[in-house]
Each structure stands twice: as C-alpha cells, then as structure tokens.
Design a protein around this ligand. Sequence first.
Ligand code: PMP
Length: 443
Amino acid sequence: LPLVKAADSLLLSLFQAKMSRPVQARRLEGTEENVWVEFVKLAATYSTVNLGQGFPDFPPPDFLKEALERILSKGSHMLHQYTRAFGHPPLVKILAQFFGKLLGRELDPMTNVMVTVGAYQALFCCFQAFVDEGDEVIVIEPFFDCYESMVKMAGGTPVYVPLKLKAPKDGKLMSSADWQLDPAELASKFSKRTKAIVLNSPNNPLGKVFRRQELELIAELCVKHDVLCLSDEVYEWLTYDGKEHIRIASLQGMWDRTVTIGSAGKTFSATGWKVGWTVGPNHLLQHLRTVHQNSVYHCATIAQDAVAQGFQREFELYGKPDSYFIQMPKELQQKRDQLVQSLNAVGMKPIVPEGTYFLVADISEFKSDFPDVPGSSEPYDSRFAKWMVKNKGLAAIPLSTFYCAAHKNNYSQFIRFCFAKEEATLKAANDILQKWKREKTNP
Ligand code: PMP
C-alpha cells in the first residue's frame, strides 16, 4: 500500500508540475509575437553594421553624463531612495516650466506632468487608463508597433488609416512629406465608438513631420467627435531642414483632450535611461496616475534627477546656438544626408525624412538579389531584411512591421534604417552597400 501511495503522489506531482489549465490571460492573445525580439536577436547574431533598432551608438551629451556623475559623487544619498511616485519634484518642475513655455500656458508640475518609465510606459498608462472593451482607437499607419498590442491588451480595437504615398515629380527623391492622410478616409474612421486617436509626429518609421493643416484636420475631427488625442512626440527636437514641430495640444480645443508624450531617451540620446513623461490636463492625467501608482510606482530617482539638470540647462539656453536641442538635429541632419547619399548611390531609393532617427528606403531594385516567393505568408520586406542581415551583415527593420496584418503586404517593398549612428558606423554601412553594388554589376 505505501508503494501505491508513493506512486500516486509522484504521478500527482508530475501532473501538477505540468499544469493542464490555460495559464495565459486572455488579454495577451494575439500580442505574443514581437518583431523586436526577433530582429534584435538577428542583428546581434549576424550584423556587422546595425542600423536596425532606434538608438544612438554615440554618447549622450557631456552635461548629462556630468550631471549623473555629480549625483553619484556629491549628491544626497536620498537620491538612491524612492521619490515622489508621479515624478521626482525637480524634474516635474522643470518639465512644467519648459512645456508651459512651449505650449503657452501655465502648467502645474504636480497635476499637469507625470514622469514614466520611458515613453513606452506613458503609452501603456494611456491605453490602460482610457480604453475599455468595445472602444475603438484610430491609429495612423505606418505606426510605432506597440500601439497595436497596447490597444488590444486594454480590450480596445485599433482602427487603421494609412498615409498615402503621392509619387514625387520625376527625378526628385521621395520625401516623408509625400506620405499624406486622405481627409475623407480619416473622417470616415471616426464613429461613436472612437475613444482616441494616436498621433506620432515626427513619425517613426517614416520621419514625417505633420504639417499644421494636417494637425488642424485631426484636431477638428477630435473636437467634433469628442475624441481623445494621444500625441507621441518623442522625436520633438529632431526635425530637419527647418521643419517646425507643432504640438497638437497647442491647437484650439485640443489641450483638454490631449496627452502629450515625451522621452529623455530621444531628447538626450540616452535611450537606456528610460525616463519619459506625459503632459496634459489634470482631468486626464489623474487616470494615468492611477495606472502608474498601481504598476511601476516610479522610475529611477537618479536618472530623473540628472534629466532634470539636463532640462534646466536647456531651459537657460533655449533657442541659443549652444542648446543641445539646436545642435543635435544639426548633427543628425548631416548623418541623414550621408545615409541618403549612400542609399541613393546604390539604387536603394531613400524617402528623405523630415525628422526622427529613421530613414525608409525602397528595395524594389534589389528584388533580383533576393527573388520574391509568391504566396509566402511573411511579407517580402521582412524576408529581405532577414536575408540582408545574414548575407550582407547589414541590419534594418522591414516597413511592414509598422502596419496591421491586413495592410502589411501593401507596404512590403521598403526597409527602415536608423541613422543616429557614429560617422564610422555610417561609413561601414556605405562600404557594405558599395560592395553589394559592385557585386551586382560584376556578378
Ligand atoms: N514612441 C515612439 C514613436 C518611439 O519610436 C519610441 C522608441 N523607439 C517610444 C515611443 C518609446 O520611447 P522610450 O524609449 O522612451 O520608452
């Protein structure tokens, strides 16, 4: 008998170890796959030059690193402890001052600003705080891919509206400005079920900087249909050729219905710090605070303190030539032009971006190197990008990543490169492209 009992309990423990009940919460269904996990791994395994994921390979500015060093060597030891949940006081104070000036209104640091773990968590708080089962959220394509999973995880339904490419005049390079909203199509997506629209200007992946007229159209529709605007402006300082970044929250009727999202990662070339923020009216931010206090509580105190010092410097230098917000886009514009030239020279037609870290290029002329397989379930650009990193050592991200499943195959002849890279990295990319071109002409 004891032997039978022992065998029974062994069987039971084996059975229990496996668990037969479903463990995954239903809200995760359809969001398990993540392109970044796959492409980051491919780049780490095969690439010699990584222009895939969006992060600079050059250091953040000295003033930011020095601020952190000062905190560590001379700062209060209390900076290693918890701080205020919704944002370290010196950081929310300077953010309120800075964005108050930009938006032309007085901001209360305690109620109009909330600090988050990167812009990612700001977005997560927004979708969790505002989106219910049955709500629709309008997403402009191409879009930063996490919007889709975050809307779904909150129980909402994303409704997509793609920017349309207007072919440029013969001989001219394509520009991100050639990708435009169809006003009638956009209007047709608004309904009683629409809770919010996500705007991302400057846009990742195209680098499009939305013009005033386009923003006014979005604003008009938001007001007409009583819809929220979640405005992801993480690339706000990165515009080129004098393009103006317009904050939709500054347009008529929009402050009360807009949450503006920013990132110190992009602002100060320090993506690993994961400091982000939201700016908006208290009646919206109060719900973000509820999500935030019940999830992460707050982000690293020392990082927030150093970012506050960085903003303090920028506040004093605002509009002056020494400002990082003036110098950084200048440098990035040169890097953009360098990559535009490299790609154009080999026939990988670039879409010249007006902003961001990114440049999208047309790979149609490279189809002969890696022929399409009709009927494949994976979009061509995705297979091309995988082939390219494995065979040429150059990592990029397929544009179809930034489209919903139904539209992916309509936009599968482009790949996205990140040009926020050291001179040497961009030169190494150029060398790969030149060698590739030579092999094409002399196979
Ligand atoms: N929004 C957009 C459009 C982005 O490109 C990124 C980062 N790639 C984020 C949000 C997330 O920013 P953070 O790193 O501050 O979380």
